[in-house]
Ligand binder design. Sequence first.
Ligand SMILES: *[C@@H]1O[C@H](CO)[C@@H](O)[C@H](O)[C@H]1NC(C)=O
Ligand SMILES: *[C@@H]1O[C@H](CO)[C@@H](O)[C@H](O)[C@H]1NC(C)=O
Length: 506
Amino acid sequence: MACTRCTRDNKKSSSILLVIIISVPALSPGWVYTQAQEEFLEAGEDTPHVQCDQEHGQQIDNSHTVLQKIAQLYAERLLSDITLDVGGRLFPAHRLILCASSNVFQVMLMNPSWSEAQESLISLQEEPPCQEVFGDFLRYLYTGRVHLTHEMALPLLRLADKYNVRDLLRLCTKYLCGHVVTAASFGQLVSWLHYTRLCYHGDIMATCQDFAIWNFERLARSPDFHLLDLELLVALLSNSSLVVRDETTVFYCAAEWLQAQEEKVEDNQEFRHLVCEVMSHVRFFMMSAKHLAALLLHPFTSRFKEIITEGMRLAMNFQSQRSLPQNCPPSALIPRLYTAEVWSVHWTLENFPLLPAYGVSTLMFSTPASLVDMEAGPTYDWVLELYPKGVCFKRFYLLIVQGTLEMPEHVYKTVRLSLTLKDIADKIVRVNVGILIFSSQDGHEYIHKVIKKPFVFSNDSRMLNIDDLIPYDELNHRTFTSPYLIGPAGDSLKIQIIITPSSITS
Ligand SMILES: *[C@@H]1O[C@H](CO)[C@@H](O)[C@H](O)[C@H]1NC(C)=O
Ligand SMILES: *[C@@H]1O[C@H](CO)[C@@H](O)[C@H](O)[C@H]1NC(C)=O
């Protein structure tokens, strides 16, 4: 129940409180009253939290001053009872604080059977990046404050892992998940991927991996791409949701990675195995004759004939005679999400806030009907309709046996995309529909979300509806700007639609 009188007398009670606070340090001798604290009290932003009870007594929570005092211990190294040696740098500290934040320190410092229990100088073995941020780590243990940047977030996460500081772990996880694009721009994504996979940080790992799959060319251009380990590269290259310009681009990215490994691998035979393993994930069947011909000029083609030339030969064979090799892996016949113009269309809705509620935008485009002769063959004609601000069905009358039935107006709060195939006649058309949704993080535009739907168009199902393309409230929120509205003015919704046959044989 609210205590109204106390709330009304707010001003008075806070002035009384100020007196109380000031008197606290004065009562405790030995407490050094510092400039910083004075400023802190004067600023008044942290006025103690006051709760009134029924008898108008006051529950006073002034706990932040305790924090302030502990922070002071760190700043002044007062009464330090232990020194941590981290790569030659000495950090005076307090056993009590270390043990309170970390059960690893607890075991290390309180167990008498450990030699550390008695020592007052303890040497900690940390990797160089972790040594760099150790001071920030220690300050966090005293103050709960840390200024995270993309460079230090991962080393701090590693320290939080090692010493099991759960709260810091949560902070770092949240930061890393929210800054994957920045990490990619600064050549750190690969180390984030490697570490989070090693230590089972599922959330960060999944966010990094989604980014890598959906923005593969960006990763391939970044300076740390060649540091990617084989297992992760294969996980990317074998994924059919990989978003990439075309399959030749996959080949060139793979070749670039391989060239960087050649210096590291000493044995020629070993390198040959590596080329074989990596190139087996390139889907030569997805390349046009023109692209295949261009690959002949690549230095790898003559060096590794048995792998590359063979893949090219099979692909050309299929294009001329439609014959598939015996033990062809099924994935080799499946297209990825190709962003080349022939398969895809960009769609930008500008001035998004001014678009009418329940309005629809329409776009028409065509894509090749076959993966084999994509340049000159027949095409499918599509009609795309986008309802970015919900769908409204007007009131209408239904004719039934007993007369007419009035159907009331219906509104669906969803962001819907409808895709219709024109002139279907009585064909059966199997396609993969991919929708890329763009967003922006720290000024870098990137693909934030991908929806991939296999669909069969036929006489009975001529239209594919995809609801909740983006959660309605995330796009149409009244109070905050949607992360999906980007561009120079921050008011454009940007998507890209990709439609390919679902397999080379369909
Ligand atoms: C392919 O990548 C997507 C996006 O990261 C992921 O959701 C999916 O599980 C991956 N597929 C396979 C087979 O690993
Ligand atoms: C599909 O529809 C067309 C025209 O509406 C019709 O001529 C054709 O027979 C139908 N085919 C099948 C398989 O239902």
